[in-house]
Design a protein around this ligand. Sequence first.
Ligand code: NAP
Length: 238
Amino acid sequence: MGMRVALVSGANRGLGFETVRQLARSGYRVILAARDLDKAESAAETLRGEQLDVVSLQLDVTSTESCARLAELGTVDVLVNNAAIMAESDENPLAVGVLSRSALDVAPGLVRDAFETNTLGAYRLVQALAPGMRNRGYGRIVNVSSGLGQLNGMLGGYPAYRVSKAALNALTRIFAAELRDAGVLVNSVCPGWAKTDMGGPQAQLEPAEAVATIVWAATLPDDGPTGGFFRSEQSIPW
Ligand code: NAP
């Protein structure tokens, strides 16, 4: 077996960036993908400065053409669907207000925005890369989801984000079932509440701690789980 190749979307900052670092430290060649090529290249340069094998790639997960081009990349063994937006964040003028994160107030268009990036973005990347994994008989797909997408005990607030992550979890089940016999393991993970631009400064976990479960799911052995939802390497309810 040669060196394994991993691709991480939305990897110029936050948990994606830290996932690239840890996968590269584990001996993977990592494609650091970001929608802005300059940001991708500067993040990859930082990690190459740490003697890690990282290359940059422009990839906007909302662009069907951008994603379809991935099929020409050559071997990709591991896909981490990390890119996401919290569409109802305070920066979004449509969501500002006292009830900014209430489903009674969030504009339906924000649900569509979240769906485009968080759900269909992952869908496009799996469609581009899973056929190659299936042909080679090896693949690991990690859908970075969230406890906010758990139907079990789901509460109010953050409707766009919650719906997009619940649907992402459904994709995990569907692709896991379709790829089970091809050596491709597909799982959802919740990294926990982490200090990033999305998580904010009050979050509990450092990015380096939060990505441990992402890296674990990306590097599962052949007899590892598929079609599951994990936090801290433990199965959690959907
Ligand atoms: P973040 O700091 O906000 O970073 C999000 C990343 O996604 C950025 O690199 C951003 O790129 C990228 N992105 C957004 N839209 C994109 C698009 N259309 N195409 C390509 N890249 C795009 O968020 P994070 O905290 O690292 O979150 C990483 C993952 O963990 C997400 O899936 C998130 O839902 C999940 N998660 C996070 C937490 C938490 O507490 N932080 C908790 C649970 C789950 P730009 O720089 O270009 O905007």
